[in-house]
Design a protein around this ligand. Structure first.
Ligand SMILES: [Ca+2]
Ligand SMILES: [Ca+2]
Ligand SMILES: [Ca+2]
Length: 472
């Protein structure tokens, strides 16, 4: 328990440190190991005793462990060992040391040089052993242009590196941009999936690679790999989960050059090797689109900040992963219009087709979404009225030159009111939906709706399990 608290304190401190980088003159002071408990001091003393030269502690940049000292039980006793990350003197290569406690005294057991200058992340998983967890470390260069993943195991009390080798003797398949650790074939050992953009020497520039431990030769092998789209600028989401009731998959959301998103999905075949789900022409029909083409969509949020609503997730809680696609709401024509609003459709893979399970409009700035009843799809559009912080939902009238000028078919308004802002006096016909922080959400349903698409108050009620209003 004490250690858990300690780790929590260290994590908070390291987050504080990283968040003040760049504008605090005391960053260097904060980056020094914080003076904490005797246990922390003991680890620092043990490392100092073994290294002897000046060293700088290194803090993992991402993942669940953000401290330069990480406690974890790495062997079959009940006690925790510790890992320490640091670099020595002017050497730019980061190192990892294993520390162990014998008779109440911490001491450094051994240390290994990392693959690069910085520690990207540290994680633990059953790669080589069902009983004992291995250490996974991502190493990155200072400018983060190259990241390499390495695996370590605790053998006879010492930290050892697991070697990477494929059948042709190649060892450099550990470069990655994103990674996923998952026991996809449910055999008790975790597999590693790397997503990389290899600009250097191959025609297709992006790959998914499947790495698994081979016990017969005690190495990590490249079991299979598959090219991805050649226009990926960034992996914005990699998710392992259920494609359907029987099948597991890896969902890859790709940001493409030209501000579009696409999704590719892979599963494992009978041999346990990577196989794409719906690749071009897999049904013997040249006109069949690939999943990539079927999921191609505009980035509907501004800039590089891709929202979690734009990537694969289990949106409806049925444990199956949905793929979001998006298209312009009726009346919006200009593809790149920054004012354009989109209908987001979450789809499941069924018999190699995409089937919609949810259609919704997402107001990211307002922090809510409104699910479209089935009959609204292609019939209802939304326009934003910033002066009242409202989204107005209207029946789309294609005969109007300006489809948003005809409000006779208005079906719903959602308004966000800030406690700090101007208090609108005309809220008496509005119903309060929800509150969050200093924001209150209101809905207004026009009384005389001249439309067959009208909705009732119950569809917005929090008593309704299928309520159409949801906070993000
Ligand atoms: Ca142990
Ligand atoms: Ca496995
Ligand atoms: Ca789902």
């Amino acid at each position: 328990m004490r250690r858990t608290i300690l780790i929590a304190i260290l994590m908070v401190l390291s987050v504080l440190c990283s968040s003040c980088t760049g504008f605090s003159p005391v960053t260097e002071d904060l980056m020094q190991p914080p003076k904490l408990t005797a246990e922390q001091k003991a680890l620092d003393d043990a490392l100092r005793e073994s290294v002897t030269q000046d060293f700088t502690l290194k803090y993992p940049k991402s993942g669940n462990f953000r401290s330069a000292y990480v406690y974890y039980n790495l062997d079959d006793d009940e006690e925790e060992e510790a890992l320490a990350f640091y670099s020595i003197g002017l050497s730019s290569t980061a190192r990892v040391a294993l520390l162990d406690r014998k008779d109440g005294t911490w001491r450094a057991v051994n240390a290994l040089a990392g693959a690069s200058q910085e520690v990207e992340f540290v994680a633990f998983a059953h790669i080589s052993d069902k009983e004992q967890e291995d250490v996974i470390i991502g190493w990155s260069s200072e400018e983060e242009s190259e990241k390499q993943l390495e695996l370590y195991t605790c053998t006879d009390g010492k930290l050892e590196r697991l070697l990477f080798r494929d059948s042709a003797g190649k060892t450099d398949f550990n470069y990655y941009d994103s990674y996923l650790i998952n026991d996809m074939d449910k055999n008790g050992l975790d597999d590693i999936f790397l997503f990389s953009r290899d600009e250097r020497n191959r025609l297709e520039s992006s790959w998914i690679k499947q790495l698994s431990y081979d016990s017969s030769s005690n190495v990590v092998r490249l079991y299979s790999e598959h090219p991805l789209s050649d226009s990926i600028s960034e992996f914005v989401g990699v998710t392992a989960g259920r494609i359907n009731e029987r099948r597991q998959g890896i969902f890859i959301d790709e940001l493409l050059y030209g501000d579009q998103l696409a999704t590719e999905v892979f599963s494992l075949d009978k041999q346990g090797l990577l196989t794409p789900v719906i690749s071009y022409g897999t049904r013997g029909d040249e006109n069949v689109s690939s999943l990539y083409e079927m999921t191609l969509r505009d980035v509907s949020s501004d800039g590089k900040d891709i929202s979690k609503e734009a990537v694969c997730t289990d949106i409806n809680g049925d444990t199956i992963i949905e793929i979001p696609t998006s298209r312009l709401l009726p009346g919006y024509k200009k593809q790149k219009d920054s004012e354009a609003l989109y209908l987001t459709e979450y789809k499941q893979l069924k018999n190699d087709n995409l089937e919609r399970v949810l259609a919704t409009v997402i107001n990211r700035a307002g922090g809510y979404r409104v699910n479209f009843p089935e009959e609204w799809i292609d019939e209802v559009t939304v326009f934003a009225q910033p002066e009242t912080s409202e989204w107005r939902f209207i029946e789309y009238n294609a005969s109007r030159e300006d489809p948003f000028s005809d409000l006779s078919g208005e079906l719903l308004r959602i308004r966000v009111v800030s406690k700090k802002g101007y208090q609108d006096k005309f809220l008496e016909k509005y119903t309060e939906l929800d509150t969050r922080g200093m924001f209150t959400y209101y809905a207004y349903i026009p009384e005389k709706v001249n439309s067959s698409l009208s909705i009732g108050a119950y569809q917005l009620s929090n008593q309704n399990p299928n309520r159409i209003f949801t906070l993000l």
